[in-house]
Every structure is written in C-alpha cells, then in structure tokens.
Design a binder for this molecule. Structure first.
Ligand code: 6LW
Length: 510
C-alpha cells in the first residue's frame, strides 16, 4: 500500500461511499445541484482515484431545476452484489425531505439505469447484502419523540432485488449514541458474526463524529458501542487543520486490512472554502469493535496534497470526464466545444438564479492555486458579461468578467455576489476584445487580476472568508469556472474560452 496522502479526494467530495470488487475500489460522493450527478471514482490502492463516470448523466435521470444548489443529490451508497453495482441515493429538498431511488449498472463507469423510486422517507440511504443474499435498506429519518435536531432515527427494510421494491416490515434500528443532533449516514456491515451499524452524528460541522452500535440479528436490537464517538475531531479545538471528521464507510482490502473513507474539512482561521473532502483512515479491529486511526489520535493533511501538476482544459475531451460540471442540468447550446475553444453564449438564466446558466466549473482542490483563462468576447451589450468565477453557490460568488460600462466601452469588472445582489469591487478598461484573467487564491485572499504580457494588474481582491461555508452557509466548496450571463433575450454575443489552466501553488516557505 502506498503512503496515504490525505485528503485522497481533495475539494468538494463529501459523504464518500466505497466498495471493492476484486482488486478494484469504486467510490461515489454527493453532487448536490451539480450536473452530471454522482461522480464515480476508481482506484486500485484507495489513495489515487480516477474519475470514470457519473451515475446520473442523462437529463431524464435527474431534474434539479429550481433547487438550492446545496439541495439535490446528498449522501449516496455504492455496493456490488452478484455482478451488479447498486447506488442508492435521493434528491434532497431541504435537510429531511428527499425522494429516494436506486440505480444499477454492470459497469460502474456506466451506463447506469434510470432511477427506480423507493418508498422511503428521509436521507442518507444505504444497502447491506447479508450472507444469504438478502438486501437490507437503511436510512435516516426524523425521530418521533424525543425530538432531536435533524434526522434522529435509523431504520431498516428489506429491498427485493427482483422488483427493486422495499418489502416486509420496517424496523427502527437506533437513535444514535450521542442523543444530540443529526443521526444520519448509516451503513451496516457484518463482522465476526455480529451486525455493525455505523452512523454520522453531531451534524456535518465541527461536532461531526462517527458512532456505532451492533446486534446479533440484522433487524436488531442494536446496542450502542459505549466507546462512541469512535472517530471525531470535535475535541481538538478550532486550530487543528482538519475539522468536521465523520460520515464513515468501511472497505476491506483483498488481504483483509480495513480502511474507512470519511469526510473532513481543511480549516484555516476556523473557516474552509474547499468544501468537505474525502480522507482515508486505517481501521483495526479490537474485541470491542472497530478502532479508527489506531495509535494516531488524529488525521493529518499530507504534504504532497499541494504538489500536484498544472491541469489544462482539454478541449478535445468531454468536459464531464475532466471533472467539469454545470448547474442543475446540461448546458447544451450554452457551452459548446468548438475547434478553437469553448464557446459561451450568454443566457437569461444567471448564476444567482436557480436554473441552468451558461456556466461550467471544476472544484478548487488546493488551498493555494491559480487559474489562468484566455477569453475573447464579441458583441456584449447592456448587462451581458462573460468571464471567470469563483463560485460557492447561487448566493455567494465572485465574477471576474468582460463587459461594457455605462458608456459602452469595454471593461473588466470584478463583482461580489450575495443573495442581496452584486457589488462591483473593481473595474479596469479593456483595450481589445480579449483578456487573460487570473484568479489566485491563498490562505487569506482571492485575487482577481488581468495579465498583459508579463504584467499583472490586480482588479480586486476578496477576503477568503467571503467564500467560506462558515460565512456563506451551504454544503459545497468553491468551484472555479467560466460563465456568460446577463442576456435579457436571445443574445447575439459570444465568448470564446481559448485556454484555461488550474495550477496548485505551494505554501510559502516559513
Ligand atoms: C448528507 C448528510 C449531511 O446527506 O449532509 O449533515 C448531507 N449531514 O449526511 C449533505 O452532504
């Protein structure tokens, strides 16, 4: 096994779920309002992951129109049984209202089936295949009483694999170990003849924790593991660089070593912008049950996490295969690869709305980075603009775009957007039709600059906390991308993204 460099999936990759088939591991994460939905990653060592496809990549499978970007696809589970891959997931509308579905595939790279809706309330569905081949569905839903905040009850029902329907009686499994907040993210396993139930508790913020219970029968009764929480960073204080650890899924290597994938955030000054990321943690077994990160006490960020190569947008390959995504649906006709670039046509839908604007973006995956975008725009009028964006969600983003000023002269302007609208932070005149736009991020600031030859002119800078989850809310991490909006009707303007690169930057030497 290679040394673990955490996070193993940097940037917004929360709620990881993993399974193994032979020597190969497959992992899915939440995709919220992004399209295509539910990325599938493949690995042979649990450390290096390659994007191989998406579970929901046809409009007929997924309708996210009108949703808050932090709603949509939440925690899914991937499992493999008898030659078939299963993903159970749901479309969340608010933290407890979700429609739950199951999809299947024989190749995890796709195609996946159309979703089959399940008669299940709540969130965070999971599947467990018992030794006798029966499949058990578990999920998290509101508890009747005593009321806790968020889902407080983990429940189980059998899934009939022939009809893909939930059948038989429902069983309430557990109300968590901490009796506090958000008992969710259940996964069931069988170990040494006992059924092990893992849960995420405390909410996905600083109090997040992995807890456990076990039972002799799959339907219960489940007895709380008194060592719970089995993994958390809630006690390490706000200065620990890794926070919010929780939401574990277990997988065994072919030689019997157990690992957990969990979500966690990299916090700086008690805020994070990268979203919840996927970390890998070793697990050992004691007579009392699983021991997470044995002997280590805490999870740390690996050095190599900042030493990744520059990534260049490959115009000849599909955008989704390179980790680019749009908002709530496909952008056919709005964002089109052409021989000399990516053609953007300004749409009426804007980034602050709940539709599908002219926008594609990829995750910010490193605390320090630079994007460099060469853009040409023709015919922009009125409020139309085209450029680059550091985007957290529809109520929080910063655009760095070509447009025209009140006199009709070309300019570049940087605008900070909140739910109250846009606030222009800086402007610079633009002599021609094209510009090289830079976004640079570090531990304190996002800087938006114009590059002319060897010269860089800063147009505006924004405090990093402006784009953080702690300040702006939501479940997401910053994405970096290109967009065109502001059209009041069919637009004759067009923008061409001639080149885009994303470059991780090393930390300054102390
Ligand atoms: C996920 C749930 C959660 O479904 O956040 O706070 C949701 N907890 O486990 C979205 O990631």
């Amino acid at each position: 096994m290679r040394p673990v460099t955490n996070p193993v999936l940097p940037g917004c990759h929360p709620d990881p779920s993993v399974c193994r088939v032979g020597d190969v591991y497959y992992l899915v994460v939440s995709s919220f309002g992004y399209y295509p939905g539910i990325p599938v990653y493949r690995s042979t060592d649990l450390v290096d992951w390659e994007l191989v496809g998406h579970v929901l990549d046809r409009p007929g499978q997924l309708d996210l129109t009108g949703l808050d970007l932090s709603d949509g696809i939440w925690a899914s589970t991937i499992r493999h049984h008898d030659g078939v891959f299963y993903v159970v997931s749901g479309i969340a509308r608010g933290r407890t209202g979700a429609s739950t579905f199951v999809v299947t595939a024989t190749d995890p790279a796709g195609p996946w089936s159309d979703p089959v809706e399940l008669d299940a309330q709540g969130i965070d569905p999971s599947l467990f295949f018992d030794d006798d081949g029966r499949c058990w569905f578990t999920g998290a839903r509101d508890a009747p009483e005593p009321a806790v905040t968020g889902p407080g009850e983990l429940w189980l029902r059998e899934l009939d694999l022939d009809t893909l329907r939930l059948v038989g009686p429902e069983h309430v499994l557990w109300h968590g170990a901490l009796r506090g907040q958000w008992v969710e993210g259940p996964h069931l396993y069988k170990r040494d003849g006992r059924y092990l139930l893992l849960a995420a508790e405390g909410g996905t913020e600083r109090n997040h924790a992995v807890t456990a219970a076990s039972a002799t029968h799959v339907t219960g009764p489940y007895v709380t593991d008194p060592r719970s929480p089995l993994l958390t960073h809630r006690h390490l204080g706000p200065d620990h660089p890794v926070q919010n650890v929780g939401h574990a899924d277990l997988v065994d290597t072919p030689s019997g070593q157990t690992w957990a994938v969990v979500l966690a955030v990299r916090a700086v000054d008690d805020t994070h912008v990268l979203g919840r990321e996927t970390f890998l943690v070793p697990v050992e077994w004691s007579t009392a049950g699983p021991v997470f990160a044995p002997g280590a006490g805490a999870i740390h960020v690996g050095e190599a996490a900042t030493a990744a190569p520059v990534e260049v947008l490959d115009l000849a390959a599909p955008l989704a295969a390179q980790g680019w995504a749009s908002l709530r649906g496909p952008v056919t006709g709005l964002v089109e690869p052409v021989p000399d670039g990516l053609l953007l046509t300004p749409a009426g839908a804007d980034l602050a709305g709940r539709g599908t604007p002219t926008f594609v973006a990829r995750r910010q995956q490193h605390p320090r980075f630079r994007t460099r975008t060469r853009l040409r725009a023709d015919g922009l009028t009125g409020a139309e603009q085209a450029g680059v964006v550091a985007f957290l969600h529809q109520d929080r983003f910063v655009t760095h775009a070509l447009g025209v000023d009140a006199d009709g002269s070309r300019e570049v302007r940087v605008t900070a957007w909140t739910s109250a609208g846009g606030h222009v932070l800086g402007r610079a005149p633009l002599p021609g039709d094209s510009a090289t736009l830079l976004i640079t991020g570090d531990d304190s600031t996002y800087t938006f600059a114009l590059e002319t030859g060897a010269e860089q002119t800063v147009v505006a800078a924004v405090d990093r906390a402006f784009l953080s989850t702690e300040v702006a809310g939501g479940f997401l991490g910053v994405h970096l991308g290109v967009f065109a909006d502001g059209a009041s009707g069919p637009s004759t303007a067009q923008a061409l993204v001639e080149a885009f690169s994303y470059e991780p930057l090393a930390a300054p030497r102390q």
